[in-house]
Design a protein around this ligand. Structure first.
Ligand SMILES: Nc1ncnc2c1ncn2[C@@H]1O[C@H](COP(=O)(O)OP(=O)(O)OP(=O)(O)O)[C@@H](O)[C@H]1O
Ligand SMILES: [Mg+2]
Length: 217
C-alpha cells in the first residue's frame, strides 16, 4: 500500500528530554498551516492527551492515546488519512516504543546538553541500529536525527555536546529547541507558542526545526 503520511517518533531513554514538548510543537505548527496531523500519545503518562483541548485552537489536531504494543497497527491504519503522524513515547525503553520505532519513517531523539541526555540519546541510537535488523524493516534503516533541546544560545556546553556528537558521526539537527519559557506556558493549555505567540522566538525556532526536518523526511 502507498504510504501517504510521514511518521515521526520522538524517542529517548532519558526522561524529561523534551519529547512531548517537541511532539506538541511540531504537531501544532503543521496543523496551523493546514496539514492533517495526528499525535499518537504512546506514553502511559499521557502528557499530551491529558492537556489537549479538542474544542480549542488545535481542534483539527487528532490526539489519540495508544500506550500499548498495538501502536504499530494504529500507525498503519492512520497512514492513508494524515500528512503527519507524530508518536510521543515514554522516557524509557519498552515494547511500545520499540513497535513505534519499527513503524516510523524518522526517529527524533531530543537531548538536553547534559551527560545523562547524551547517554540516553546514544542508547536510543543503538536501539535503532538493532531494530534495523528486524524483518519488518525489510532492510530499510530507520532514519534518525538528534536534536538539542532546552539549550541556551551560544553556551559552551551546547557547543561542546554538538561538536562531540558531530565528531563521532551522529546526525544532529542544526536547529535547536532553545530553552524558552513560552513552551511550558503554552503547554499548560495544551498549546504551542505558534498559537500563543506566533511572531515570537519559540515559534520561529520550531519553524526552523520543521524546515530542516523537511530536508530529511
Ligand atoms: N525548550 C524548552 N524550554 C523550556 N522548557 C522546556 C523546553 N522543552 C521542554 N521544557 C519543559 O521541560 C519539561 C520536560 O519536557 P517534556 O515533558 O517535553 O519532556 P519529555 O521527554 O516528554 O519527558 P518524559 O520523559 O517525562 O515524557 C517540561 O516541564 C517542559 O515544559
Ligand atoms: Mg513526555
Amino acid at each position: 500500500m502507498k504510504k501517504l503520511s510521514k511518521v515521526l517518533t520522538l524517542a529517548t531513554s532519558k526522561g524529561g528530554a523534551g519529547k512531548s514538548t517537541l511532539a506538541r510543537n511540531l504537531a501544532a505548527h503543521w496543523t496551523n498551516i493546514g496539514m492533517r496531523v495526528a499525535i499518537i500519545d504512546a506514553d502511559p503518562q499521557g502528557s499530551i492527551i491529558s492537556r489537549h483541548n479538542p474544542e480549542g485552537p488545535l481542534k483539527d489536531l487528532v490526539v489519540v492515546a495508544e500506550p500499548e504494543e498495538s501502536v504499530f497497527t494504529l500507525i498503519e491504519e492512520y497512514r492513508p488519512n494524515f500528512d503527519y503522524i507524530i508518536v510521543d513515547t515514554g522516557g524509557f525503553r519498552n515494547r511500545t516504543t520499540i513497535r513505534a520505532l519499527i513503524a516510523t519513517d524518522l526517529a527524533l531523539i531530543p537531548l538536553k546538553p547534559s551527560a545523562d541526555d547524551v547517554a540516553g540519546a546514544l542508547e536510543t541510537h543503538n536501539l535503532i541500529n538493532e531494530l534495523n535488523k528486524t524483518p519488518e524493516r525489510g532492510g530499510v534503516p530507520i532514519k534518525y536525527r538528534m536534536i538539542l533541546t532546552m539549550s541556551q544560545q551560544g553556551t559552551i556546553i551546547s557547543k561542546h555536546v554538538r561538536s562531540e556528537l558531530e565528531k563521532l558521526g551522529y546526525l544532529l539537527l542544526k536547529s535547536e529547541m532553545y530553552h524558552r519559557v513560552a513552551y511550558p506556558e503554552a503547554a499548560i493549555s495544551g498549546l504551542s507558542p505558534c498559537i500563543t505567540d506566533p511572531e515570537g522566538p519559540a515559534a520561529r525556532d520550531v519553524a526552523n526545526i520543521v524546515k530542516e526536518l523537511g530536508e530529511s523526511l
